[in-house]
Design a protein around this ligand. Structure first.
Ligand code: PHE
Length: 452
């Protein structure tokens, strides 16, 4: 395909692409979701399956997704459309872009609700609510927040307004600058917390829980959750990374860049686990406490640390920022599409899309209180959206991307665009993308979804 130009601008350097993609990847998935699903699925063996999924499926698919984006240089929907035409492939493949857009809507709707919790905790920490906290009192504080739909709605609204505010300003203004300051700060505070958790009695137990591989705890459902999380945490399978790839400078090597992003993302998830589980075990909390795990462990840690109020406030603020830098990448693919194809201005595209997502989010926040009893297969609205997107739509999107790049596209076009310096690496990547990743995803999906 002839070289394309992005109408939305480009990242100013390869580094800024790395930061933006890391900003997208590192978010609630790492700090909130990974520890609680690892806790619910028994720890060690789950962590191992997750790491395998990152290496054997996530990284190769991420390389493919960035490559598609950079070739097409448009929103994922239009990029796929253009590539399908250029490669003479059946139109059906264009569905990758559409399914991704829908997944982005659904994910952002519940993501914003959880990000709202972290905003609420900024105020609670700063107000000294957790001074002298006990494991019971943190549980009660969290329970009170969830039982209050008005409060949840307020925080969800604030978070959506922030997200849409940034997306409507476009790629270069503000976003690049903000993440280059916030991401390193988040990392530093996590390291500080790691220092604290290493000093607790439960540190050994925490390590044990995360790294002792007890395979009896693994079943089809936990494997599908691990695979789904690998996609979720790397922002794969729905076009976010494809959209960001479209703004990547031409010269940069995709392989190295992706390794860096995936490495940072994984490191931050592991550190978050090493911070949270020792606190769980030291304070007699439940590792399988579910979505509230982060919000019930860390306030305890902060209440016991010197200057805990300050660090706690800062920490939840940074969690909210990490969520924000992911949220914008959830909205960007659809906003970019509306600007390209519907002739809308960025501001009105972002606003309309934001309103629809905000409305959907209300369903998720009600599933923690008024709608808690409405369930499907034992899952409330929030659980259903989470399961459907992370564990089905993203892996399916990733599978289609792997097959499209591995089998449908002309190999020469792909090789030219990925720009891997080492021919061996290229061969390995292509082999995994063609054979291992698709087969693994199919097996996990079939086993996990079809009751035996
Ligand atoms: N990767 C983000 C996180 O871990 C979530 C996300 C998923 C962002 C999909 C974009 C696309 O929090």
């Amino acid at each position: 395909m002839a070289e394309q130009k992005s109408m939305h601008g480009l990242w100013r350097s390869r580094w800024l692409f790395i930061l933006a993609a890391t900003g997208s990847a590192v978010g609630l998935g790492n700090i909130w979701k990974f520890p609680y699903i690892a806790g619910e699925n028994g720890g060690g063996a789950f962590v191992l399956v997750y790491l395998l999924c990152i290496c054997l499926i996530g990284i190769p698919v991420m390389i493919a997704e960035v490559t598609l984006g950079r070739l097409g240089r448009q929103s994922p929907i239009n990029t796929m459309h253009a590539l399908v035409k250029d490669q003479g492939a059946p139109k059906f493949w264009g569905g990758i872009g559409w399914m991704g857009a829908i997944a982005g809507f659904l994910i952002l709707s519940f993501y914003s609700v959880i990000a709202g919790w972290s905003l609420a905790y900024v105020i609670r920490m700063a107000g000294g609510v957790f001074d002298g906290a006990t494991s019971d009192s943190v549980g009660a504080t969290f329970g009170d927040l969830l039982a209050n739909p008005e409060a949840l709605l307020g925080w969800h609204t604030i978070f959506m307004v922030l997200t849409i505010g940034i997306v409507s300003r476009g790629v270069n203004k503000g976003l690049e600058k903000a993440i280059s300051v916030l991401m390193p700060m988040l990392f530093l505070i996590l390291l500080l917390l790691l220092g604290y958790s290493m000093s607790t009695e439960g540190f050994g137990l925490g390590i044990n829980f995360m790294f002792s591989f007890d395979f009896s705890k693994i079943n089809n459902e936990s494997i599908i959750v691990a695979l789904g999380h690998a996609f979720f945490t790397l922002s794969l399978g729905m076009g976010a990374i494809m959209a960001y790839g479209a703004y990547m400078p031409q010269k940069a090597s995709v392989g190295k860049t992706v390794l860096m992003v995936a490495g940072l993302d994984t490191l931050i998830a592991i550190i978050a686990g090493l911070v949270i589980f020792p606190i769980v075990f030291t304070n007699g909390l439940e590792a399988g406490a579910g979505p509230g795990l982060l919000f019930q462990t860390l306030p305890l840690a902060f209440s016991q640390m010197p200057a805990g109020t300050l660090f706690g406030t800062l920490f939840f603020l940074l969690v909210a920022f990490a969520a924000l830098s992911s949220a914008i990448s959830l909205a960007e693919p659809v906003v970019a599409w509306a600007v390209e194809s519907k002739g809308m201005s960025r501001v009105s595209a972002a606003t309309w899309i934001g309103i629809i997502i905000w409305l959907l989010g209300i369903g998720s926040l009600l599933s923690f209180n008024l709608w808690a009893e409405y369930t499907l297969f034992g899952k409330n609205f929030f659980d259903v959206l989470d399961f459907l997107t992370a564990n089905i739509m993203l892996p399916l999107g990733g599978l289609l991307i792997a097959v499209f790049v591995g089998w449908v596209m002309n190999g020469k076009d792909v090789q030219e665009e990925v720009r891997m310096e080492s021919p061996l690496m290229y061969t390995v990547w292509r082999f995994i993308l063609k054979f291992i990743a698709p087969v693994a995803v199919v097996i996990v999906l079939v086993n996990g979804l079809i009751p035996s």
